[in-house]
Ligand binder design. Structure first.
Ligand SMILES: *[C@@H]1O[C@H](CO)[C@@H](O)[C@H](O)[C@H]1NC(C)=O
Ligand SMILES: *[C@@H]1O[C@H](CO)[C@@H](O)[C@H](O)[C@H]1NC(C)=O
Ligand SMILES: *[C@@H]1O[C@H](CO)[C@@H](O)[C@H](O)[C@H]1NC(C)=O
Ligand SMILES: *[C@@H]1O[C@H](CO)[C@@H](O)[C@H](O)[C@H]1NC(C)=O
Ligand SMILES: *[C@@H]1O[C@H](CO)[C@@H](O)[C@H](O)[C@H]1NC(C)=O
Length: 585
């Protein structure tokens, strides 16, 4: 599920001072867990590949594209939700947690897809949305009728009173993420139920032991199908203050927003309450039992839009581990018009504050946020891939990042995102996540090779004619795809696995760079973040850099032209406006 990007993501930008990052090389190199080294590729199933001509991507489509993953060198895929759903919130409203939505396929298709991935040595991570179900879920129906054991599976409260017309008044003033009251009255039960999201998405009640056991049973079913882990969605919303007090107005809200907007209010009583850690620790325990049984590590990643260092609580402790990692949204939070200092701030925030033994993670976009070229400029595409793939961290790539896809301009008529629809034709564009969910651009044929339908569920981005997998594969030049693959090769080296890390904002904050060195071999990434050429003296600003190095890869259109494989003096590397380079030694 989503966050309201403007609301939550700016938090870390306000955070404390920058301390340059200096981490020594690993003194005791050991093989890394798969989830640390392998890149996890996020598929948005509706937009990956349509096999049956209905204009919507499906699992059979994913099966037909498995070799793309092999070509990229990724090690795992993470599927956004494919569970049975009335699709009020694009699959985040689940009506059966153990069945596949027919639009995507069947359990049989799922098993063939999982087998196809396994044959290619690629792991599979499932999305999991624990905190609410669809109102079409049979549990909800039985809960409304107070049929045991379902009675307390959802959060039910009596009305706080009745108005002059005898209509029930909600228990308190809580406002949902989609706007309007967080409470909906149910005639059958004669009580209100809580929905932090849409009214069609009643919140599950994690205070109920029986509900928690039910959710663990769902996990087991998927683990028994052989999945390698879960990405647990929107966990901070799992618990509510059991006193149900009113929320207060948010003093830092953006100006001129109505009080029916989520951002108008503080969310002290429904967001990031402590119970969430216990519930997640139980899920993690279950994964660890599977891991211990056969030695194959199952991974749990969580989406919690909480700013570090509070976010780091989601790692848990050695005694009570929680997530393998909570997603790092801070690269996404770097403001447009980014400079080297903003980037260095994120490095400092993460690498200088990570708990003992924790592993960082990097991602540069996802299904809820703008893609990199649309947040910044075209030139940022390769730089962000360099950071995601070469920093010592787990890496998640969102589909299309390998070819530099941008956000599309989606009209009100074509809008499908429920957040946007709820906001209406004048404000939809402030909320819509459709622009970053358009179909994968495979080739330059009609509908970009995604579908044979006349109309796809979201329009294909018009730039597909130039920006597509086939064109970049066929090109003998430097493309986002060829760069991505070269970065991937560098990732699978001991320098990447065990090397030191030094990050720095240099040349009057015009250039951001980081070096990785292991036993005197290494590389350095340098990115010019300003609109003028800069001559960089890396040799004096980073430790352990030799006088000369070899160009390993350069960003698309790199100026002045520098051949990959040529030698450069590390005390004077000229980098054109907004361009980036990796040199090795
Ligand atoms: C969910 O679907 C599965 C597979 O079709 C079925 O066996 C199960 O009974 C369903 N669960 C619920 C709660 O409806
Ligand atoms: C429960 O399901 C029955 C049959 O599908 C339906 O008639 C009824 O309205 C549902 N009740 C609730 C509370 O949704
Ligand atoms: C938690 O539950 C709320 C209410 O249903 C839902 O809107 C939200 O998406 C859920 N959060 C996550 C992270 O699943
Ligand atoms: C986006 O589309 C709208 C109409 O659908 C149009 O008015 C607007 O100019 C477009 N913007 C861009 C940047 O193409
Ligand atoms: C697509 O459009 C063409 C021309 O309008 C029409 O002949 C064809 O039947 C349509 N195909 C589908 C699958 O709707």
């Amino acid at each position: 599920m989503a966050l309201l990007p403007t609301l939550i993501l700016c938090l870390s930008i306000l955070s404390p001072s920058i301390v340059a990052v200096k981490i020594p090389q690993d003194p005791n190199p050991q093989p890394l867990s798969w989830w640390k080294e392998e890149v996890i590729y996020q598929i948005y199933p509706r937009s990956h590949q349509d096999s049956d001509g209905d204009g919507i991507g499906d699992l059979e489509g994913i099966i037909s594209r498995l070799d793309h993953f092999v070509e990229l060198g990724i090690g795992a895929v993470w599927l956004s939700p494919i569970y049975k759903s009335p699709m009020k919130d694009m699959g985040y409203d689940i009506s059966n947690f153990t069945d596949i939505e027919p639009v995507f396929g069947t359990i049989e298709t799922f098993k063939r897809m999982a087998a196809g991935l396994k044959e290619r040595g690629i792991r599979l991570v499932m999305d999991f949305v624990p905190n609410h179900s669809s109102d079409q879920h049979p549990w909800f129906n039985m809960s409304a009728q107070r049929i045991e054991p379902y009675t307390e599976y959802y959060v039910w409260k009596d009305p706080s009173g009745f108005d002059d017309e005898g209509k029930p008044i909600p228990p308190n003033n809580w406002v949902s993420l989609f706007g309007g009251s967080m409470w909906e009255y149910n005639e059958v039960r004669g009580q209100f139920y809580l929905h932090q999201f849409l009214k069609e998405q009643p919140d599950l009640n994690f205070e109920s032991r029986q509900l928690r056991n039910e959710i663990l049973a769902v996990f087991k079913i998927w683990l028994d199908y052989g999945v390698d882990g879960f990405r647990v969605d929107a966990v901070p919303h799992l618990f509510e203050d059991q006193e149900f007090p009113d929320e207060e107005e948010n003093p830092n809200r953006p100006p001129e927003i109505p009080e029916t907007d989520y951002a108008y209010w503080m969310h002290r009583h429904t967001y990031n309450l402590p119970g969430v850690f216990d519930a997640l620790a139980e899920m993690r325990q279950l994964l660890d039992i599977y891991t211990l049984s056969d030695g194959k590590e199952r991974v749990m990643m969580v989406e919690a839009t909480v700013a570090p260092p509070a976010l780091f609580e989601y790692y848990g402790t050695k005694e009570k581990p929680i997530a393998h990692f909570p997603f790092n949204f801070d690269l996404i939070g770097i403001p447009s018009g980014y400079n080297a200092e903003n980037v260095e701030r994120v490095m400092s925030l993460w690498y200088n504050n990570l708990p003992e033994g924790a592993w960082a993670n990097m991602l540069s976009s996802n299904h809820d946020n703008k893609r990199v070229p649309s947040r910044y400029t075209e030139e940022a595409i390769d730089f962000f891939n360099m950071m995601v793939l070469l920093l010592p961290a787990n890496a998640v790539s969102y589909y299309g990042e390998e070819i530099g896809m941008s956000n599309a301009n989606i009209s009100w008529e074509d809008t499908t995102d429920e957040f946007a629809c709820a906001a209406g034709p004048d404000r939809y564009h402030l909320f819509s996540r459709d622009p970053s969910r358009t179909p994968m651009q495979w080739d330059d044929s009609d509908k970009a090779g995604f579908s044979t339908a006349n109309k796809t569920w979201l329009p294909v981005h018009p730039d597909y004619v130039d920006v597509n997998v086939a064109a970049q594969k066929a090109s003998t030049g430097n493309t986002h795809l060829s760069i991505y693959k070269r970065l991937m090769q560098l990732r699978h080296t001991d320098v990447w696995r065990y090397g030191s890390l030094e990050t720095n904002s240099i040349e009057e904050n015009k250039v951001f760079g980081f070096s990785r060195i292991f036993n005197d071999k290494g590389f350095i990434v340098l990115s010019n973040t300003v609109d003028e050429a800069v001559t960089v003296n890396a040799a004096t600003q980073f430790e352990g850099i030799p006088a000369t190095a070899t160009v390993y890869v350069v960003s698309v259109g790199f100026q002045p032209e520098t051949a990959v494989g040529s030698s450069v003096s590390t005390n004077s590397i000229v980098i054109g406006p907004k361009h980036s380079i990796v040199v090795e030694f």
